[in-house]
Design a protein around this ligand. Sequence first.
Ligand code: DAS
Length: 351
Amino acid sequence: MQLRLIGTGGTIASRSTPTGRVASVTVKELLETARAFPVPECAEVTCVEMGLRASFSLGLPDLAALAGAVGESLRDGADAVVITHGTDSMEETAFALSLVHADDRPIVLTGAQRPADDPAADGPRNLATALTWAAHPAARGHGVSAVFDGAVWPAIGLRKTDTLAPAAFGVPGRGPVARVDDGRVRLIGRPPRPAPLISADDLGRLPRVDIVPLYVGCDTALLDAAVAAGARGVVLCAFGAGNAPPDVTEAVARLVADGVAVAVASRVPAGATSAAYGAGGGADLLRAGAVFAADLSPWHLRLLLAAALHRAEGRGPEGAAVVIRDWLADAGHHDAAHPWSGHHDAAHPGG
Ligand code: DAS
């Protein structure tokens, strides 16, 4: 059993300094600290250092490089890849990798909420747990997952749900796919796994997609600014199940007509979007040409929309919407058509 361990930095690799926490612990050192806990004895672990970075400073070219390193590790014959990563953007990296990798061999991310020099550091145990899950036969076919505080979470739907607590992650509305307790794996479920949409290199050249939050009293200034900055797509972080004030909905119709793709996620952490309300709300957003994307978080939907625009090159917002709907169906979201979807593609209301 060959495991490849890739270090990218984050709190798991950080120590306190007079100017704040800074990543300075190499992935080899992290592996040594993890050996204080049960780690798979049958596995030979080789380490690759990709940089000691805070995950809140990563960009898509960094994710492309990481996806490339994962692909290289698999081509080298690794049976699984474990990545140490900052928690702040782990959900985006995990989702981005899931858009790229089709292999049955597991890709597992982990990190820590407490730095390496904390007397109660959680990183060593998390890393040992991640190695145990990665090496276990039950992990095969799961695609990308994240291991934290004994729970194994799927990449799709993953969210950081607590700023500081050791149980930092969750998939709202669903449970973990497995638990690992004292080196023993307990499998809970296996969510559907859509086929990859893009290559590792594509990740570094996706079109710009911005996320625009909606809030009481908001206007269309941020939406227009995103498009002026070059966004080819916008994700609305919308009210409730996917509603917007009427002037935002009017602006969405204008943008879609101009070839800008608009997708709808919710400000609410759990539950699916649903194009239910008129008076400028979700039903009108749907008629304006926005695509609804089940319960994807704004951060995941931003990556999915960018990948869909890349895939649908030249086919505009409707081409991207088709890619998103197909992907959502493969991910298990089988929504019935909305009777109120009006003139806009009533047979495919957008998830
Ligand atoms: N919040 C820190 C972490 O958990 C910083 C980061 O994401 O890199 O790693």
